[in-house]
Design a protein around this ligand. Structure first.
Ligand SMILES: COc1cc(/C=C/C(=O)SCCNC(=O)CCNC(=O)[C@H](O)C(C)(C)COP(=O)(O)OP(=O)(O)OC[C@H]2O[C@@H](n3cnc4c(N)ncnc43)[C@H](O)[C@@H]2OP(=O)(O)O)ccc1O
Ligand SMILES: O=C(O)CCC(=O)C(=O)O
Ligand SMILES: [Fe+2]
Length: 361
């Protein structure tokens, strides 16, 4: 007979929520109890789970771009083309030392392997800074069905602030990861900007495109019934650009704009997955696409990923760039305060591409 919740240490779903969300054990703690059946609150509606029906592993793949190609115009063209047609691509030979990537992955494992009392120092309730937050799922109080993921979210204010508030066990590696990725991020934004008639990344444009940085350390533990739930539900990022480091396990899927199929993003050692976020979609007046993506849960392996969300400053007003509108295009988005946009995103469950409607005219 299949095990049920009543055959585990939990006698009802509320006890599970208390253990995972309120006591801070996360889904990692739940997975490590040896739980054999997925608790009810993790069961996603059918339409959110039937991913395999729409996955096309062979015909479609997001572009892989070699950033070391000496023909820089070709690289820029490939980046802009992928941003318009896919909203997603992978980069190899990007100049970020592989050691930095290995170190931040190891630091992620170290953080999640801390005892629960240590991790709990960084929950929303306990954290000494609003820039540091350890949590689970996405927005547990707003969600009908929870997601099988724990995270540590770190908003960069300054080295001194990080020194004071970020967890010791992963601070230096995360700061180094941000620092060493900046050159690549600037290059990508320069390519994307030029194609929108933005001549240079001056102070104003820098603040709009890359005025704030958030890094999440994501942990997806082994799941008892991966087909019934998700690691991360369908969403688009609210960033301008996301730089994602994933390990070798796989599970990230992207919605193809051409076919509507879900396309797997295969792990490529030493690469980054790059995606356009909502802020860039809005700034480019819809030219670059912020595309739906999701992460499957996994029944055999723990998985980690480390996205850097490159964002406008919270106090920036974002709307279609004057350089884009100058060509006579009708703006399809209004001006919105970026922090309002992000709050709107965080206060509801993942809902595919609906956040961007907040800024639609
Ligand atoms: C977690 O799983 C995720 C996350 C993601 C993330 C994708 C992204 O694209 S993240 C990039 C977001 N951009 C920025 O952070 C830069 C701009 N930042 C800001 O404007 C502000 O820092 C702020 C995020 C709006 C927070 O401002 P603050 O004044 O402190 O507002 P609060 O009232 O504290 O928060 C508002 C609301 O959001 C919730 N929240 C805040 N931070 C986080 C966080 N890091 N993770 C999850 N939720 C967060 C907070 O709880 C508040 O909601 P309440 O209901 O509690 O009021 C993609 C996919 C994922 O699965
Ligand atoms: O873990 C992944 O591969 C993607 C995570 C993600 O989409 C996010 O954190 O926004
Ligand atoms: Fe995402």
């Amino acid at each position: 007979m299949a095990p049920t919740l009543s055959t585990t240490q939990f006698s009802n779903p509320a006890e599970v929520t208390d253990f995972v969300v309120h006591k801070g054990n996360g889904v990692k703690g739940l997975s490590e109890t040896g739980i054999k059946a997925l608790p009810d609150q993790y069961i996603q509606p059918l339409e959110e789970r039937l991913i395999n029906k729409f996955v096309n592993e062979t015909d479609e793949a997001i572009p892989v771009i070699d950033m070391s190609n000496p023909d820089e115009n070709r690289v820029a063209e490939a980046v802009c083309d992928a941003a318009e047609k896919w909203g997603f691509f992978q980069v190899i030979n990007h100049g970020v030392p592989l050691e930095v990537l290995d170190d931040v992955k190891a630091a992620t494992h170290r953080f999640f392997n801390l005892p629960v009392e240590e991790k709990c120092k960084f929950t929303k309730e306990n954290s000494l800074s609003t820039t540091v937050r350890f949590g689970t799922s996405f927005s547990p109080l707003a969600e009908q069905a929870l997601e099988w993921k724990d995270y540590l979210s770190l908003f960069f204010v300054s080295e001194a602030e990080a020194e004071q508030f970020w967890p010791d066990i992963c601070r230096n590696e995360t700061l180094e990861y941000i620092d060493k990725s900046k050159k690549m991020v600037r290059k990508l934004l320069e390519y994307l900007g030029k194609n929108l008639n933005v001549k240079e990344l001056d102070e104003t444009k820098e603040s709009l495109f890359m005025g704030s940085i958030r890094v999440n350390l994501n942990y997806y533990p082994i799941c008892p019934n991966p087909d019934l739930t998700v690691g991360v539900g369908r969403h688009s990022d609210v960033s301008s650009l996301t730089i994602l480091l994933q390990d070798q396990i796989g599970g990230l899927h992207v919605r193809s704009l051409a076919s509507g199929n879900w396309v797997h993003v295969p792990p490529v050692p030493g690469s980054f997955v790059i995606n356009i976020g909502d802020a860039m979609q809005i700034l480019s007046n819809g030219r670059y696409k912020s595309v739906e993506h999701r992460v499957l849960a996994n029944g055999n392996n723990n998985r980690i990923s480390v996205p850097i969300f490159v964002n406008p400053k919270p106090e920036s007003v974002i709307g279609p760039l004057p350089e884009v509108i100058a060509n006579g295009e009708e703006p399809i988005y209004r001006d919105v305060l970026y922090s309002d946009y992000v709050k709107y995103f965080f206060r509801k469950a993942h809902d595919g591409k609906k956040t961007v409607d907040y800024a639609k005219i």
